[in-house]
Write a protein that binds this ligand. Sequence first.
Ligand SMILES: Nc1ncnc2c1ncn2[C@@H]1O[C@H](COP(=O)(O)OP(=O)(O)OP(=O)(O)O)[C@@H](O)[C@H]1O
Ligand code: SF4
Ligand SMILES: [Mg+2]
Length: 350
Amino acid sequence: MHSSIDETFYGNFGVRVIDLNTDLLEVRNLTTSFRIEDDYYAAVDHVNLTVKKNEVLAIVGESGSGKSAFAFSLMGLHNKAKIEGQILYKGQDIANISPNKLNKLRGNEMGMIFQDPLSALNPLMIIGEQIEEILTLHQPKLSSKDKKVKVIDLLDQVGIPRPEHIYKQYPHELSGGMRQRVVIAIAIANKPELLIADEPTTALDVTIQLQILELIRDLKNEINAGIILITHDLGVVAEMADRVAVMYAGEIVEIADIYTLMSNAKHPYTRSLLNSIPTITDTDEKSKLHVIQGIVPSLKNLPRQGCRFKARIPWIDDSAHEENPQMHEIAPGHFVRCTCYQHFHFPDQS
Ligand SMILES: Nc1ncnc2c1ncn2[C@@H]1O[C@H](COP(=O)(O)OP(=O)(O)OP(=O)(O)O)[C@@H](O)[C@H]1O
Ligand code: SF4
Ligand SMILES: [Mg+2]
């Protein structure tokens, strides 16, 4: 195991050197396990990835694949989970710093838009005060008057009508969409250099959605922010992402730049997500196309050994599976787990 910050064991594809000029976040072998009854189960399993400055990295995967557990781990927000591995933010391992230091980074340099806005807001505080609290972290000397002006402006930016009125309301008085916008306002209040956006626009109508995506893009363009964008919406991915990581059962199964992923995805799981594996229509063995059925198993039911994906492609001969499937770099920057893709006949292949 390597310990210096400029070397990493990166699956089986060698050593990656961190460049602090371009790399913002480097996650190494991150494993997040939850205790269920008397054992620990990994919801995030040896994840390795990099987020560069001025980059949107999208994370996609079915419900239960570990996307939010990953995001919470980065922000140090799991209360009881066991976290292993490294989270190097600007080269500093924030998985192992004091809660005080991490608190300063959160809401200051690092912002998060939560999938569940209600749990992210304090039910006992009016919206205006919650946002002011965050602004104070960054600019402690800001006068009360200026703070209020900024809050109203932020609420306006995230598409909240009558911001002066919302300023005085409590979270439970707002609709789900409004709360989500408040959470977005809090996340971007201090222009974070790293923004983790977990399903940021799901509860919003299309016009507001576009406005929010534009705000996220501004952050990237104005201050070179790195963005992790977690979403089920492949339209949003195509629109926003520079690179995409595909997650299945806590593991990354494919990473590529957006163009490669949309045009030349290899892992059957990615193909399935992109909806490009048609149903079995042909009786000819060679041109048979396979559908991936089932759902992500619950944590307790995930296979503990070998490949977690095996159960979902039962037509592959047992001898073809790797014992411990690793990521392979099949083209520069395009990583695919195992050899799964070689056992597929895609429509565009003879
Ligand atoms: N605090 C927890 N304790 C125990 N298990 C948990 C906890 N949080 C998440 N899990 C489990 O970890 C797995 C991953 O959950 P997670 O919420 O990260 O999925 P997700 O990819 O964000 O799904 P979705 O797309 O629905 O938001 C699931 O099996 C979930 O039940
Ligand atoms: S080929 Fe590899 S990735 Fe695919 S199911 Fe088998 S072991 Fe898993
Ligand atoms: Mg989630």
